[in-house]
Structure formats: C-alpha cells, structure tokens
Design a protein around this ligand. Structure first.
Ligand code: 0X9
Ligand code: ZN
Length: 609
C-alpha cells in the first residue's frame, strides 16, 4: 500500500469493501487497520461506497472544488467580492473547499486578494497640519544646531486577543477602489484587552517603565504622579542633568491637564506646548533626520508663495523664505534686503518694492514685531506686502503703485525665534545682561530721548532701555540701514499689539509734535475706515497721552531724525481678551481692516499740499 498515492489507496480500499460487502464492515476495517490505515478512514470510505459517492480524498466535508457547480462558483465569487468578513480563513469551510481552491477559483474570476487596513487615523487636512507643526518644531525645539536633546514620552499597548493575526488582514475583491471603506479599513475592537506600558525615552536611554495593567488609559492624576514626578524626574536627574533638553509629551489631553502643566513648571521641565505639538511618531535617534526629511520633501514640492497664508502664524524661517520667494517671483519690482542683524547673528530681512522709478521719494517703511511676542504685527505686515503686490482693487493699486514700500516684518528675529522656542510671551532682544537676565526693550533703545521716561534701568525689566542707546545690535544695525534711505521716507508705520489704537509720536512727551493736527485728522479718518469692515473700534492720540510715556521708540527716532511726515504706530487687535495670543483666525480680519486704514491714510495725504 505504501507505494500507492492516496487516491489509489482509497480506491483499493473501496474495491476490497465492494467485494466483501456481504461480510461485516469491521472485516474490511480490521483488514486495513493491520496495514496501518486508520479505522476512521476506512469506515469513511466504506460509507462513501455505500452512498455511491466518490472515494477520492475530500477537502473538508464537501465536494472537490473543480467539481463545484457554476452556480456555487458564482456564489463564491459574489460572496468574496469586497464583502466584509470574507477572509481566506473563513471562506473555505463555508463552501466546504480548501483555501487553495478558493484562491484558484477567485483568481480565475479576476477577484484579487487585497490587504485590509486600519481606518486612517488622520484626515489629509490633519496630516498637513502635522507637517506644518513639525516644521515649526524642527526650527525651534528640534533644531539640531542648538544641541538640545529631546525626551519623548511613549505609551505602547500590548493586546491579548490576537487582533494582529495576519490572516485577518486580507479580503478578496475585484477592484480595490470600488470596495466600501468599511471593508477596506477594518477597525479592530475599540476597547480590547490590553496592557499599557509608559516610558520616557531619549538618545541617552529611558526611564523606568510604568505599567498600567488594570485600566486602559493613564489619566492626568496617574500621569502627573507616576510618569512625571516619579519616573521622568528621576530620568532627567540621571541622564539629563545638564538641563539641555526639551520634553515632548505625546499628544493627549491628560498630558496637558492643569495639574500636569503645573508640575512641568514647578519642576522646571521645558516642554513642547500643546499648540505646537504633534504626535511624537518617531523614535529619538531617527527623529531629526526623519523630521528634516519630511520638511525637505514637503518644501521640495510646494510653491511657497501660493502656500504661505494668513490663516496661521509663521516661524521666522517661513517668513524669510516667503520674502525670498516673493523677491524671486516679482524680481522686476521686489528686492530682498538685509536691514541689519541681531545679537544672535540673524539677519533682519525685509523687501523693497518699487513699481516705478519716480516713487523713491514717496517711500513707506513698515516695521513690525520689534516686540517679539506681538505676532499679529508681522502677520499684518506680510499681508500688506502681499496686497501691495497682488490686490486688484483700483484704490489699492493707486496707493500701492504711487509709493515705494519697505517692509520688514520681523525687526527682532532673536526674540521672535525665542517666542516660538521657549517663551511665547517674550518681548525684548536676547542680549545677555546682569543678574542672568536677557534683553533690552528694542522699542526703548533708539537714540531719541533715550531713557527719558517710560523705560527701566533694570535688565530684568520688560522695558529695560539697555545700557545705552543702540546697545542692541538689532536697533543699531537697522538704524544704520535707515540712515541710508531715511531721507526718502514719506511714511513710517510701526506695528505693535495690542490696544486698538493709532498712536502719534512722541513717546517721551505729551507735547504735540509739529504736524500733530494733520496726523490726528487723517488718523481719525483712517480709524473710521478701519471700523467699517468689522466694526473694530480704535482710539487715536499721542503715545504719552493715550497710553503712557515710552521713550526711545523706533518711530520717534525716525521722526526725530528725518522728520518723516506720516509717522504712526498701530497697536493692533485686540483690547485684552486674547492679548498677544490673538487667535490665528483673526489674522485676516485684523490685516484687512488695518490695510483699509493704511490705504485711507495715503489717499488722504495724497490730497494734501
Ligand atoms: O510700549 C511700547 O513700546 C508700545 N506699546 S506695546 O504695548 N506694543 O509695547 C508703544 C509704542 C509707542 N510708540 C512710540 N514710542 N512712538
Ligand atoms: Zn509693542
């Protein structure tokens, strides 16, 4: 019997039984049992002979696939075409055939095996948002050049229900595209049994693990006590005692709960703020290269001048890249400028826009973000620059094209980067001073009635005037640049926030300057125009009268040095609800109304002798 193949062997048994049917079935069964054939097999063959069925080897308990009726084949194909739950494992037994016949029949009918996926975790919009935030992070907290170590926190779930079994990951279908998402993207059970393990990880190692066996989530209490205070702090003490690190918590509500937030601050743990965070999807040693890669790929594809928008605030790098791109795109009108440089060596980047050669003596200079935390100011400046170049409104075109424009969106680049990296509320420069304090107020540092009121001698104060006028590389170098173009300026507009006020020089005195009246009259018209779009109410007046004494500001130095006729400071939205943290969705309305008023100012002055 050994030399026979299985089907021949089964035929021999069947033939023997037919010949000995007059005897008991056990005779045949025992006969072959002696020869090593199981009693079960022989009994089964005997039954088949009695029933007139084929004795060839059967798959499961049904008929061989190739003998399936056309109707059944069709049923198999229909059942398999993109239907939920039709897996390799299930379909064979259902049709009482082997997996390989399933495969063959489906292949013959052009039904393909497709891979089941998890439902996508993020929408396309969310993915874009993540990339944008990663760019921000890579330029600030993750900047490889500052050597800051990143400590990520990671939680992994270990499941017990075999939901990762590969057999569950496929299904059959004719055209993958047509298949319902319910089938393509199968979600596993939402609350499956799992064990949660939490770790803080950096390139220097990891903390001890926190294992959460009973519950499936780590709430704010557990996170604060078990993860932050107990494990992260110890890990920092052991591996990051140099203090040059930033903690990147995984995005979760509990990780930014009030008590956790308080713990970060109390324990002096620098961390990525929630509004800048994205899920920390990379392991630390590949982090920088992956992020960079992502950024490079993203940058490579996009047209920066189309994509730079005003629905969110931008990093210094994004603003500067955009300025460069604008200069390239409008190369016949726009020149990229370096107006000076900062203490930390960053260029103060701006542009000069000129539509016609005769306009140089009607130049308008726009300064913004001299105070680092006043992000709306640079957003408005870039918006205005864009409008000057692209608006099709005839009133705008008339004003835009009858002037030259100098736009410097970020006068204080070190401070601006610092607001993205470490302290969103930072105002000053980043020059180190005594007592471990940093920075002078760049709007108190200009050489016009320097430190004559409304300024401080304390380096730790937010209005520290600096040790002397132009002590800050930023004000000094920019003033030197201004000396080269100051004579051509008709207007100097300085953007700050927040107060909703249009201010006239000077800041050191309540005395009115020579052309106070015309500036006031035109200013009144301008704030009226400003209010027309969204009803935003502005106040107008001399700095010292309307707000407070503030000596050594940039517009005051310009007015004092060049006598520039049109000199205003805008304190943009709002009046304190959000303050410096004006929500990004208010950028465009703020910029629109401000630009309306700027156009009005120059229209009004154009009418004057
Ligand atoms: O204090 C300032 O420097 C400005 N206000 S802010 O809240 N943005 O800090 C006012 C600037 C006044 N402008 C002149 N001195 N011309
Ligand atoms: Zn300011």
């Amino acid at each position: 019997m050994e030399h026979l193949n299985e089907n021949d062997r089964r035929s021999v048994i069947a033939e023997f039984y037919r010949r000995h049917m007059h005897l008991k079935k056990s005779f045949t069964v025992n006969h072959f049992f002696q020869m090593g054939i199981s009693k079960r097999t022989t009994y089964s063959i005997c039954r088949r002979v009695e029933n007139g069925n084929s004795v060839e080897r059967q798959v499961g308990s049904g008929r061989p696939a190739r003998k399936m009726s056309q109707k059944k084949r069709e049923a198999l194909v229909n059942q398999s075409h993109g239907k939920l739950g039709v897996s390799l494992r299930k379909i064979g037994p259902k049709f009482k055939i082997d997996k390989k016949y399933v495969s063959n029949i489906l292949k013959e009918n052009n039904v393909k095996l497709a891979t089941r996926k998890f439902a996508p975790k993020y929408s396309e919009k969310q993915k874009l948002e993540q990339k944008r935030k990663l760019r921000h992070l890579s330029e600030s907290a993750f900047s490889p050049s500052n050597g800051t170590e990143i400590i990520i926190d990671d939680e992994s779930y270990f499941t017990f229900d075999g939901s990762d079994t590969t057999n569950n990951k496929h299904f059959y279908c004719k055209e993958g595209e047509e298949v319902d998402d319910k089938v393509k993207f199968k979600r596993y059970k939402k609350f499956q049994s799992k064990l949660l393990v939490w770790l803080a990880i950096s390139s220097r190692g990891h903390s001890t693990a926190f294992i959460c066996p009973s519950g499936n989530s780590v709430n704010a209490d557990i996170y604060e006590k078990q993860c932050i205070r107990s494990r992260l702090v110890r890990f920092i003490r052991e591996k990051h005692s140099d203090g040059n690190f930033v903690f990147w918590p995984d995005m979760a509500t509990a990780h930014y709960a009030a008590k956790v937030f308080a713990a970060y601050n109390e324990l002096s743990i620098p961390f990525i703020p929630k509004d800048k965070n994205v899920p920390n999807i990379f392991c630390p040693h590949t982090l920088i290269s992956n992020v960079q890669d992502l950024i490079d790929k993203e940058r490579g594809k996009r047209n920066i001048t189309d994509e730079f928008g005003w629905d969110d605030y931008h990093t210094l790098e994004e603003i500067n890249i955009w300025l460069g791109a604008i200069a390239e795109q409008y190369h016949d009108k726009v020149t990229l400028l370096k107006g000076g440089s900062s203490y930390e060596g960053r260029p103060i980047v701006g542009v000069h826009v000129s539509f016609a050669p005769g306009n140089e003596n009607r130049s308008v200079f726009i300064d913004a973000n001299i105070h680092a935390c006043e992000w709306i100011s640079s957003a408005v400046a870039t918006y205005i620059l864009n409008q000057v170049l692209t608006s099709t409104d005839t009133n705008v075109r008339e004003v835009a094209e009858s002037h030259d424009w100098y736009v410097f969106p970020v006068l204080n680049p070190d401070g601006y980067v610092y607001t993205h990296l470490s302290d969103r509320t930072w105002r000053k420069t980043r020059v180190p001073y005594d007592d471990g304090c940093y920075g002078a107020d760049p709007n108190r540092n200009w050489d016009n009635h320097f430190n004559e009121g409304g300024a401080s001698d304390d380096p730790c104060s937010d209005t520290y005037a600096g040790p002397e006028a132009f002590s800050e590389p930023m004000t000094k170098s920019l003033s030197e640049y201004l000396l080269t173009i100051g004579h051509s300026l008709e207007g100097y507009i300085s953007f700050h926030s927040y107060h909703q006020a249009l201010l006239l020089p000077y800041g050191y005195t309540t005395d009115h300057l020579d052309n106070y009246d015309e500036l006031y009259d035109v200013g009144l018209k301008a704030i009226d125009t400003l209010s027309q779009r969204y009803g935003t109410q502005y106040e107008i007046g001399n700095v010292a009268e309307l707000m407070y004494i503030a000596s050594g500001g940039s517009p005051d130095w310009v007015k004092g040095t060049f006598g520039t006729r049109i000199t205003y400071t805008y304190e943009l939205r709002d009046t304190g609800k959000y303050g410096f943290l004006l929500p990004a969705e208010l950028i465009i309305p703020t910029a629109e109304e401000t630009f309306d008023s700027i156009i009005r100012i120059f229209q009004e002055f154009a009418k004057k002798p």
